[in-house]
Design a protein around this ligand. Sequence first.
Ligand code: NAD
Length: 490
Amino acid sequence: MMKNADHPTQLFLENYIGGKFIPCSRHIDSVDPSTGEVYCKVPDSGKDEVDAAVQAAKAAFPDWSARSPAERGQVMNKLADLIESHLEEFAQAESRDQGKTITFARTVDIPRSAYNLRFFASSVLHHTTDCSLMDHMGCVNYTVRSPVGVAGLISPWNLPLYLLTWKIAPAVATGNTVVAKPSEMTSVTAWMMCKLLEEAGFPPGVINVVFGTGPRAGDALVGHPDVPLISFTGSTATAQRITERSAPFCKKLSLELGGKNPALIFSDADLDQAVLTTVRSSFYNQGEICLCTSRIYVERSIYPEFLKRFVAAAREWKTGAPSDPENHNGALVSREHLEKVRSFVALARSEGAAVLCGEGEDPLVLPGRHAAGYFMRPTVITGVAQASRVMQEEIFGPVVCVGPFDTEDEAVALGNGVRYGLAATVWTRDVGRVHRVARRLEAGLVWTNSWLVRDLNLPFGGVKSSGVGREGARDSYHFFTEVKTITVKL
Ligand code: NAD
């Protein structure tokens, strides 16, 4: 690993452009969230670096797009093999960079990153185009799909390599070349992946990775005239800026954004399972998953019992050093984010809400090298008004609000009563209610009696302020290609 000469213990990342690591003249600090120490320098790329990457991607496009899907898939599968053979190194790096537990990185982030590559390498082989052989005004009609060109891919910090490969894989499988910009807060595993690309067999320029901040590197990518497509995962506020910035170019946009996901728990639910899964859905990965539950509405007859069991289970959800496999949660990604999450708890308290566990008790301070880390216990709040910012805005941390409801209509209205619409969960044994409520919920994904069960063939994405477009086998195939209808007069 490259080291910083002035600080020999620090990592020093470089951009990966045209198959080479290229030094950058400016850098930003990257912090280990579990210690609060700067441990890595990330390139602070701007227009020049982004332009060099776009030129490299343009140059690589004719050859890569002319290869068969099977040839491209071979290279992708080899990259998946290489990531898997370095799984532990990647997991350690992801845990240190993001603050998540080593267990989560080992069992979720890195295996799924490899799987993303394998999945799209295979799924792209199975799509067919439409063909109408009916003699329509003496013509045969059919469609062809072609890659779009240079794809601009921008990803967030919560699932760094997982979400980056979720974009890179369908983009290159369909014949595009890419310029990717990971989050400036979690760049290390993307840089590690770049070190494997040549061995996997990717020709120079097919995958370029430019590191840096949103306002400099991200903005330069979105505003580049030779990048016709942007796939973005991140906050709704950033998506608004990206939409405005790309509008003059009429770019293809896929926007996967924030959520304020409800869980509706009816009195006939399997309470043991509902509590167990809802604790997980609320606090998994420190609550830093766009699909995490942040509002729980419980039918009034079981509300006291649910709350008692839920708070007890939340207290059992252990927070501590990310390297300890016993811990369920590690550190939040940054000091700013921890302060933002805490500010919502303070706001709830100032509005008269009850903080039942977590931030309501002593703040969590770990001993030794983790004393300055950004840790926070799972926090359960009741008595928050539906109109409160705490109930309306995405918190994206280990905080959940719980409240009662009386009727199915009320539950649905509360669930839908925010500007977001990413995911929802419904807990009931009534089959009719399962289907009724799932249909009425304004969300891109509804899990019933479960959470986070994903078949990558199925569409993924949000409604309302949670996004535009869908990802998944067929949806990604459509997004990363342009369709053309060809009419042949016989
Ligand atoms: P963010 O919007 O701050 O940043 C996301 C990415 O966009 C980063 O790489 C950042 O550098 C870049 N960026 C920032 N400003 C930019 C600009 N002006 N132009 C171009 N790029 C810019 O989001 P975040 O804080 O990194 O991630 C958390 C958010 O992501 C949450 O809202 C979460 O819900 C959302 N998220 C959504 C999904 C999903 O699939 N729907 C998945 C994970 C995370």
